[in-house]
Write a protein that binds this ligand. Structure first.
Ligand code: ZN
Length: 658
C-alpha cells in the first residue's frame, strides 16, 4: 500500500516549511549510503558558521531563545509566548534575525518587558552567559539588537550613498573598518599578484582592523570558526574512506587540505577536480561558496548540498537529446531555417539527500558551480537541477487552493493533478535540451539584429519548441509521457499562467517587463487571438470571475506550431520590425481590470510567499554485533524538533567569535 507523504510540515509568518522525499536512496549500495551519511553529517556541522556570518549576535539570540523555549515552565499558551515561538521559528528559518530574502530585521511581536521576565525566570545555567554576565546584563545587550528597529536594520546593504560595509549588519568585516579600506586592501592584493588564474581574494576570511592594522582572519582549522571546521574535516575524512573512485577520494582530500590550510589556490584545485568529476554517483558541495551576502561580493557564506544522480530523470534528458535530429527535422519550421546537423544537450538531474548552511531551510532548485570565471572558462561548470525539491514544491502547491481558485473545472484540475508535474519537467527538458539549440540563422544575418527583443523571442522560441512537441505522439513512443492525454495538463497550465495567473507577480498598473514573463504572455495571447473565431481558447465567467477554457487542444497545438515557425523566421532572418511588433502587441500590456481581479483572488488565498525544507533524518542501522548494515531515512521529524536537535547536536561555536 502506498503511504501518504506529508509535504507541508509547518507554516508561520510569511513562511511555509515543506518536506522533500529522497527517491532512489534505498537502491544505493551500502557504501554509497555511508558516503552520503558522512557527507550529510559534515553538511550539518557548519550551521553555526552561517549564523555568525549573518550577524555577530545571531548565535547568542538563538541560544537564548532556545533556552527559554525548552526550559520555561510558565504559561505557554498565552499570546506572548506564541509570539516568542514564531520569532524563534523565524530566526531558525533565516539563520539569524534578518529576513532570509528581504534581508531586513524582523521585530518580535512580544514586548521587551515580557522577554526580560522570561529571561529571569529561566535558570541562569541554561543561558549563554559570557564571563560575569547575568540575565539582566544579557537582556541589556540583546534588547537593542532584537527590539530597536534602527539598530542593525539590514543584513546586507548594497545600494545608496552610504558605507555599505559599515551599514550592513552581517559579520564579514570587523568593527571600525570602512568600505574604502576594504576596497584598497583587496585592490592592492590584486595589483601585487596579477594572474590569469586569480584566486578569489577574500573568499574565506573576515577582514578586521586590530590596533590600526587591517588583516584577514581566515576561516580554517586553527583559525576563525575552527571549532566547527574541525568536526567537518573529521567527517569528510571518514567520508573519503567510502569514496566511489580515486578521483572522488582526491576531491574530498583536497577539500580537507584546503580547510586545513585556508589556501585559496588549493580551493581552486579542489574546484577543478570537482567540476571534472561527472562520473561519480554521489556528489556534494561543502564550503564557503556564494558571495551574495557580502555587500562587496568577496566573502562567501558557508553552505552544503549532498546529492546523488537521478538516473531516471537524466535518462529522460538523454533520450530527448539523442533524438535531437528527429525533432529538428520534423519541426513545423521552414526547412531553410533548420539545422542540418543538430546536437541536443543532456541536462543533469540530481536528487538531494541533505541540505545545510545557506542552502537550508531555504533551498535552490538548481546548482551551477564553480563561481570562479577562469575555471568556468577553462574547465566548464556543473549545472544541475534538483528534481526532488521541484517535486515537493509541486505537491505542496496542489494543496494550496490555487488550482481550486483559478482552474475552470474539476476536469482540468484532475488533468493537472495527474500529469501536471510530468509535463512541467518535460517541457523544461524540451526547452533546455532542444529548444535553444534548434534552428539556424540565414547566412549574413547579424546575431544581434533583434536587439532589446532578442531574449524574449529566444525564450518564446524555446518554449514553443517544447509546447509543440509536448503533444507529439513521439513523446509516448519514447516513453516520456504515460499517454496521449498528458500534454493537455501542460497546455492548460501554460495558457492559464500566460493569460492570467503570472500577473500576480506584477505590481498593479505596471507592464510585463521580464523576458520569460513577456514570452509566456506573448505566446498565450497570440494563440488566443489567432484561434478566437474558432473558439480554440476562450474566457468564461463563473460567479463574476474569469477563467481560461481550452476547447480544442489539437488545434491549439497547430497554433503553437505556426507561431514557432514565425518566431524562428524572425530570428533566422533577423526581422527586427516583426519581432518588435510581436512582443509589443502581445507580450507587454496588461488589462487593468483582469490584473486587479487576479491579484485580489490571489491575495485571498493567503499563500506563503517563501518556502523552505526540513531534511530527512539519516539513521545508521546496526546488527547485533554493532556492524552497520544499512542507512535508513526517516521523514517524521517536525520543523521544531529538527531545529532543536540540530542546535543540540551541531552547536560547535561559542556565542562570540572574534
Ligand atoms: Zn530558456
Amino acid at each position: 500500500m502506498e503511504k501518504e507523504f506529508n509535504y507541508l510540515v509547518d507554516q508561520f509568518a510569511d513562511l511555509q516549511v515543506l518536506r522533500y522525499e529522497v527517491p532512489g536512496f534505498e537502491e544505493l549500495s551500502l557504501k554509497q549510503k555511508l558516503l552520503l551519511y558522512h557527507l550529510s553529517e559534515a553538511a550539518l556541522m557548519g550551521r553555526d558558521i552561517l549564523y555568525d556570518q549573518n550577524c555577530r549576535y545571531n548565535l547568542r539570540i538563538r541560544r537564548t531563545l532556545e533556552a527559554i523555549y525548552i526550559h520555561y515552565d510558565g504559561d505557554r499558551s498565552c499570546a506572548d509566548f506564541q509570539a516568542l515561538e514564531v520569532y524563534l521559528k523565524r530566526v531558525w528559518f533565516a539563520n539569524g534575525i534578518h529576513h532570509h530574502y528581504a534581508e531586513d530585521k524582523f521585530i518580535p511581536a512580544f514586548s521587551a518587558d515580557y522577554f526580560k521576565q522570561l529571561l529571569s525566570s529561566v535558570s541562569p545555567e541554561y543561558l549563554p552567559l559570557v564571563d560575569d554576565e547575568t540575565p539582566e546584563t544579557l537582556f541589556g545587550k540583546l534588547y537593542p539588537i532584537m527590539f530597536d528597529k534602527n539598530v542593525m536594520p539590514k543584513r546586507t546593504v548594497q545600494s545608496g550613498d552610504v558605507d555599505w560595509v559599515q551599514s550592513s549588519a552581517n559579520n564579514y568585516y570587523g568593527g571600525g573598518i570602512s568600505q574604502t579600506e576594504v576596497e584598497s586592501f583587496y585592490g592592492k592584493m590584486k595589483i601585487d599578484s596579477p594572474s590569469d588564474v586569480p584566486v578569489s581574494f577574500g573568499l574565506n576570511s573576515r577582514l578586521v582592523k586590530e590596533n590600526g592594522t587591517i588583516k584577514e582572519k581566515v576561516w580554517k582549522v586553527g583559525g576563525l570558526y575552527t571549532k566547527a571546521i574541525e568536526p567537518i574535516v573529521a567527517e569528510l575524512e571518514k567520508a573519503a574512506k567510502y569514496a566511489e573512485n580515486e578521483r572522488q577520494k582526491d576531491i574530498i582530500e583536497t577539500l580537507v587540505s584546503y580547510y586545513k590550510s585556508g589556501d585559496l589556490k588549493t580551493f581552486d584545485a579542489y574546484s577543478i577536480l570537482w567540476v571534472e568529476d561527472t562520473a561519480s554517483e554521489v556528489d556534494f558541495v561543502n564550503g564557503f561558496i556564494e558571495t551574495y551576502g557580502d555587500p562587496l561580493g568577496l566573502k562567501a557564506s558557508w553552505e552544503s548540498v549532498v546529492d546523488f544522480q537521478n538516473h531516471p530523470a537524466t535518462e529522460r534528458t538523454k533520450v530527448i537529446s539523442s533524438n535531437a535530429q528527429w525533432f529538428e527535422d520534423h519541426s513545423p519550421v521552414d526547412n531553410r531555417f533548420k539545422k542540418k546537423k543538430v546536437k541536443g544537450v543532456s541536462a543533469k538531474v540530481i536528487t538531494v539527500a541533505m541540505l545545510g548552511g545557506d542552502c537550508y531551510p531555504s533551498t535552490p532548485i538548481g546548482i551551477n558551480l564553480p563561481n570562479a570565471d577562469w575555471i568556468r572558462k577553462d574547465y566548464g561548470s556543473k549545472s544541475v537541477t534538483i528534481e526532488n525539491i521541484m517535486q515537493a514544491y509541486d505537491k505542496a502547491a496542489q494543496g494550496s487552493g490555487f488550482s481550486e481558485e483559478f482552474v475552470w473545472s474539476g476536469a482540468e484540475r484532475d488533468l493537472i493533478k495527474k500529469y501536471g508535474f510530468v509535463t512541467d519537467i518535460l517541457h523544461t527538458d524540451l526547452h533546455e535540451c532542444l529548444g535553444h539549440g534548434s534552428g539556424q540563422l540565414l547566412a549574413g544575418v547579424d546575431s544581434d539584429s533583434l536587439k532589446a527583443y532578442a531574449s524574449t523571442l529566444e525564450e518564446a522560441r524555446a518554449d514553443l519548441f517544447g509546447l509543440y512537441y509536448l503533444a507529439d505522439p513521439k513523446m509516448k513512443e519514447l516513453g516520456l509521457v504515460p499517454d496521449a492525454e498528458a500534454f493537455k495538463a501542460g497546455y492548460y497550465k501554460y495558457m492559464m499562467n500566460g493569460l492570467m495567473t503570472q500577473l500576480v507577480r506584477i505590481e498593479l498598473g505596471k507592464n510585463v517587463e521580464e523576458a520569460h514573463m513577456r514570452n509566456r504572455q506573448l505566446i498565450a495571447k497570440w494563440v488566443y487571438e489567432q484561434g478566437k473565431t474558432e473558439h480554440v481558447v476562450e474566457w468564461r465567467k463563473k460567479n463574476g470571475k474569469n477563467y481560461v477554457v481550452i476547447n480544442d487542444y489539437l488545434r491549439l497545438r497547430e497554433l503553437f506550431g505556426q507561431l514557432l515557425a514565425e518566431v524562428q523566421r524572425i530570428k533566422s532572418e533577423g526581422d527586427y520590425e516583426a519581432g518588435r511588433q510581436l512582443v509589443e502587441t502581445y507580450g507587454v500590456r496588461i488589462d487593468l481590470e483582469l490584473h486587479k481581479e487576479v491579484k485580489e483572488r490571489y491575495e485571498k488565498l493567503h499563500l506563503s510567499p517563501y518556502k523552505g525544507f526540513v531534511n530527512p533524518v539519516m539513521r545508521l542501522m546496526k546488527d547485533a554485533s554493532e556492524t552497520i548494515v544499512d542507512v535508513k531515512l526517516d521523514y517524521t521529524e517536525s520543523y521544531t524538533e529538527q531545529m532543536l536537535r540540530y542546535s543540540k547536536e551541531y552547536s560547535y561555536l561559542p556565542v562570540i567569535n572574534d
